[in-house]
Structures are given as structure tokens and as C-alpha cells.
Write a protein that binds this ligand. Sequence first.
Ligand code: NAD
Ligand code: MLT
Length: 348
Amino acid sequence: MHRVLITDSLSKAGLKVLEQTPGIEVVIRSGLTPQQVREELKSVDAIIIRSGTTLTAELLEGQDRLKCIARAGVGVDNINLEAATRAGVLVMNTPSGNTISTAEHTFAMMLALSRNIGPAHASMKAGKWDRKSFQGTQLAGKTLAVLGLGRIGLSVAARARAFEMNVLGYDPLISEEKCKELGIQLFRDVDEIVTRCDYLTVHTPLTDETRGIINADRLAKMKKGVRIINCARGGIIDEQDLATAIESGHVAGAALDVFVDEPPTDRRLVDLPKVLATPHLGASTDEAQEKAGIAVAEAELRKLQFTNAMANIDQAISLNNTNASFHNTKGSSNPKPTLLLLLVQQLG
Ligand code: NAD
Ligand code: MLT
């Protein structure tokens, strides 16, 4: 029996895939402390997480039974990949299930920020009818800079083009031709792109290179009145530097779905009136959760099936070595390559 631990919410459809598979026992535990996660990991073959669980080197060390970590979502920055590799644990994610939902959330945030939807809504709910305080700006004709032109960045860029925005992009990997085709003006220098935009949105992973890519220096280079959106990862934009730039009036506002600490422990940025904030909701749609849940469950099962089959092959080989009569089709005395090939063909 393979035990699969789930510590963050997984869609019903994903759970069903696991629960209907013979030989799988699903263990659902939420709200665990790191110490409790460490304990639970000792008796499972696989774990499925979202962004609510952080798998540090300390938690992964000495986990002899664990074979696989599956992340229902894109970012694997909450998993210590080096420690997982050292422990021989495979890490998988579901890269495309939430692309559209996150792009739409980014757009919702950009529109809401521009039209003061958050404060106007709060004012109405407080019984007021204030038509003077919430004048906004329109998106058409404005320039949007997109840092990170991967799946989500490109989807945001396409939506911005439909809203008649001028779209600039920065990504070290995308080609000039692809950007031309999509109507995106490509920049290879962050310091230059930041000077040109009215709106800036980030869609890179959080890495050593991107942590603080938008900092005090770059904020100072931007046009006064720029608006900033982060629906990727907390920390890509330095939170304290952004708070200072908003307080000074240089940045007109920010829309943030992600934070360095979630929930944020330091409230300085979130509590600013010019900050529109959501609690990491980019991928929280029925559609994205269903897709990610099913994809992660299926990936997990494939990995466990593979591990099982490998163990069977090793067992078969060791039995036949004892009998000294096993030969593969090419006459070699080592049948493992042929058996592995058969296995890979069967698993597709
Ligand atoms: P992706 O891998 O398709 O795209 C990332 C892009 O960033 C790539 O094109 C890559 O070349 C680029 N990049 C890497 N380093 C860069 C750098 N230093 N400067 C500029 N560009 C750089 O990933 P994606 O699916 O588009 O996701 C992007 C981000 O959004 C990830 O951080 C992911 O975790 C986050 N995300 C957040 C939510 C949410 O709920 N808010 C949901 C999904 C994804
Ligand atoms: C992701 O990286 O896919 C997001 O953070 C989604 C999530 O876990 O909600």
C-alpha cells in the first residue's frame, strides 16, 4: 500500500483520482507545524502540497520512505530542491493548470487598482455615496512592462494588448521574433524597461536572481505615478522599498497577491491605503484547482507506479540471478535495460 500525504487543500477531482486507485491510501492532514510534517513524512511514500507547506532541508533529511513531492501549482520555491535531490526524492509540479486564472487575477488587480474598486466598495458598504474620492485612470494608451514572459506573463501581455495598452517585456530567454509576433517590445535591460512604463507587473519565479529585482534604485528610476502589480511571488519586489516609494507618493499604488511571509507578519505595506491586497488567490478558481488537482494526482500515481515496477524488476533480476538462467532478448546476462524499456513503453 502506498501512502500519499496531503497537507494543503486539493480539489475534489484530484482526491477522487487518488482515492479510486487501488493500492493508494490518502492521508489528509492540514494545519501541521513543521515538526508535525516531519513526523508524518516518515510513514508516507509521497506528499502533495500547494504553497501552504514549506519543505525545508531539515524536514527532508533522513526521510527514507519518501519518494516523491508533488506541488499542485507552478512555484517550487517552497521546496528545498537540493535537499530533495540529495534524499533521492523526485519533485514534480503542474506548470500550466493555473496560467489563465493567474493572468485573469493579475488583470482584475490591475483594473481594480486603476479604478479604486477596493476603497470605493468599502465606502459604499459603509453607507456612503462618494463620487469624488475615487477618480481613476484608464488602461488604454498606457504602457505596461511585464517582467518574465513565460506562460502567465505572455497571457497577461495578450490581455493587455486587447485593452489597447502598449506592452513592453523583459525576459532573458524569449526571442525577439516571438515578441514581435505578439506585439511586445522586448528589452534586455531591466534598468531601461523600468523607466518606460505606467504599470509594471512581475511574472518570474522567485530565485536568487529575481529576489528584489524591483528595489529602491529601480523604483526611483520609474515614472512618478507608476502602478505596480505582483501576482507571482513575494520578495520579487522588495516590500520595504515599495512601501517607502508609495508613502513618498512616487508610486501611485500597488496590487499584491503574494507576500514574503504569508500571511504577512509585517503589516507596513499591506495596510497602506494605496495597496490593494488579496491572500494569494491567483490560482484559486474552480477551473485551475480542478486541473492542478487532477494533474498532480496523476503525476503522483505515475511516479509511484514506476517505483513499484522498478522494485519488481530488481526483485525479478535478483531471483533470476540466483537461478542463473535469465537472459534478455539480445543475449546479454543483464536483463535490466530490456525490462526498463518494456516498463517505459507500458507507462507511455
Ligand atoms: P514560467 O516558468 O512559464 O515563466 C517564468 C518566466 O520567467 C520564464 O519565461 C523565465 O525565462 C522568466 N525568468 C526567469 N528568470 C528571470 C529573470 N531573472 N528576469 C526576467 N525573467 C525571468 O512560469 P509561470 O507559470 O508564468 O509562473 C510565473 C510565476 O507566477 C511563478 O513565480 C509562479 O510561482 C507564480 N504563480 C503565482 C500564482 C498565484 O497564485 N499568485 C499562480 C501561479 C503562478
Ligand atoms: C503557484 O505557484 O502555482 C501558485 O502559488 C498557486 C498556489 O499554490 O495557489
